[in-house]
Ligand binder design. Structure first.
Ligand SMILES: NC(=O)c1ccc[n+]([C@@H]2O[C@H](COP(=O)([O-])OP(=O)(O)OC[C@H]3O[C@@H](n4cnc5c(N)ncnc54)[C@H](OP(=O)(O)O)[C@@H]3O)[C@@H](O)[C@H]2O)c1
Length: 324
């Protein structure tokens, strides 16, 4: 075991709860390639005794996970199930919780640091419990927070977020509406009327904005594209928006601000980066700009950002072991 102030002398020992799911599997693949990490266990109740994606490591039942042997655990569990684990692990390993259980707006955020890896990096360094951000909120908050802080937004008008996620965003537990025959060749909105739970998390970070958040299910395995119609103050255009992002994300290898044009999924799927682009909009007054954020829901939207948070908690370079 090692502590944060031991620098990068030894390996961080790691355990993953929920290693059979989509985020857990992605995380195991990344951790296996990370040169500062040793994975000691990965849990699954249904696949206990079966091989994990890491050669020589089999899944164990969560009840028999050797938690005292690890420096940090990742909770890749369904919502609601992280709470009892956090209580049981208290005083033990550090925790990166990928569920929504301790995120802003959950009512249980006390004692947890919100792991927006680049904006909150100083806070994450000292955290024992990190609430890893949701996949949709990552794109929205990384897009809008620098613009809000720079005073570029017209708060009186509505910001419209049209978001679409690939099917892995819904997790691996079978559901009828996620059958191939329902999803393939189809495209649909859900959580309409501002009812998606991620909006709560976004609103805590952007309390002054009036937001309409409309998610869609995209018939691809992975990837999130968010097209945001952003009301800006007079005189603000794409140049000012890019400048605010560049200022906020200077030196951030996982956040790519496009010099021109807008990103698409092919630029981010299978990576841990977030790509941001902006265009001006003709014929609209007062002015708006269109911001497009693209990320992989399992990468920067989950496992990639979780690894960044672990790196920060143990004094490693933020982007070590991720694909940016
Ligand atoms: N999918 C995404 O794109 C994404 C992005 C960001 C955040 N998240 C969040 O990350 C978490 C995991 O998502 P996911 O998509 O990986 O889910 P998932 O594919 O459904 O996997 C959940 C995992 O948890 C295990 N599990 C289920 N109930 C459990 C319990 N009561 N105790 C212990 N283990 C249990 C399951 O394996 P066994 O049943 O075999 O134990 C499985 O390995 C969720 O909270 C999700 O909202 C997901």
């Amino acid at each position: 075991m090692r502590s944060a102030n031991e620098g990068s002398k030894s390996e961080i020992s790691v355990g993953v709860f929920g290693g059979r799911g989509y985020t857990g599997r992605e995380l195991l693949e990344l951790l296996h390639r990370h040169d500062g990490v040793e994975v000691r266990f990965a849990t699954s109740r249904s696949d206990a005794g079966e091989p994990t994606p890491i050669p020589g490591l089999d899944f164990v039942d969560p009840e028999s996970a050797p938690v005292s042997e690890v420096d940090v655990t990742f909770l890749c569990l369904p919502h609601g199930t992280a709470v009892p684990w956090v209580a049981r692990l208290k005083g033990g390993p550090k925790i990166v919780d990928l569920t929504a259980d301790h995120r802003p707006g959950s009512g249980r955020e006390e004692g947890a640091v919100y792991g927006l890896a680049e904006p909150n990096r100083e806070l994450v360094k000292d955290a024992d419990l990190v609430a890893n951000p949701g996949c949709y909120p990552t794109g929205v908050i990384f897009s809008l927070l620098p613009l809000e802080r720079a005073g570029l937004l017209d708060r009186e008008r509505l910001t419209v977020i049209n978001a679409a996620s690939g099917v892995t965003g819904a997790g691996r537990t079978p559901k009828p509406e996620l059958l191939f025959a329902e999803v393939a060749g189809n495209f649909r909105a859900y959580g309409e009327g501002n009812r998606h739970r991620h909006l709560k998390e976004i609103r805590v970070l952007l309390p002054e904005l009036s937001l309409l958040f409309q998610p869609h299910l995209l018939p691809v395995p992975r990837g999130i594209l968010e097209t945001i119609v952003v009301p800006v103050r007079d005189g603000v255009g794409a140049t000012e928006v890019r400048a605010a992002w560049m200022e906020a994300y200077r030196g951030a290898g996982a956040v790519r601000v496009l010099g021109e044009g807008i990103p698409d999924l092919s630029q981010v799927v299978g990576t841990d980066r977030l790509a941001l682009g902006v265009t001006e909009v003709d014929g609209v007054a007062p002015p708006v700009v269109t911001v497009v954020a693209a990320l992989d829901n399992l990468g920067k939207g989950a496992a990639g950002q979780a690894i960044q948070n672990m790196n920060l908690m143990f004094g490693l370079p933020i982007d070590r072991g991720i694909r940016c």
